[in-house]
Design a protein around this ligand. Sequence first.
Ligand SMILES: [Zn+2]
Length: 152
Amino acid sequence: MRTQRRIVDYSLQRRALLREFYAGRVGTYEVCDASPYLKNAARFHGEPTEVRCPVCRRENVTLVHYIYGDELKQSAGQARKRAELPVLAMTLREFQVYVVEVCRGCDWNHLVEQYVLGRDGLAVEEGGDGAVSASAAAGAAGATKRRHEAGR
Ligand SMILES: [Zn+2]
């Protein structure tokens, strides 16, 4: 998504927890504790994936997108379909998205990532990218020139 920024990836934490689980140091009841609310959200707003549940290995996990932010008012904390997010990102300045994976078979659940969406990201993103590539190009040109001079 174009305005996606400040991405925090939780795959390391997920892997660490699963390692503990496979080693038998963490029980199934500790990792398979999806609440009825989360399961409902997965059922009505979830995005199916091709990723096998790492715990039961019978079902694919479903991704649930939760949105937070002052601009959302009473919608803050609700789950939304992924397809609804780009529309919100164009109408709101800034809101947080938390992506949670859930297995509807065994109730495994874990935070996958969080990020910020919203119109505020557009100007910042475009200006920042331009500045970086311009200075990188200048640096590369300088390096080529110096190499030529050294060769002579
Ligand atoms: Zn499962």
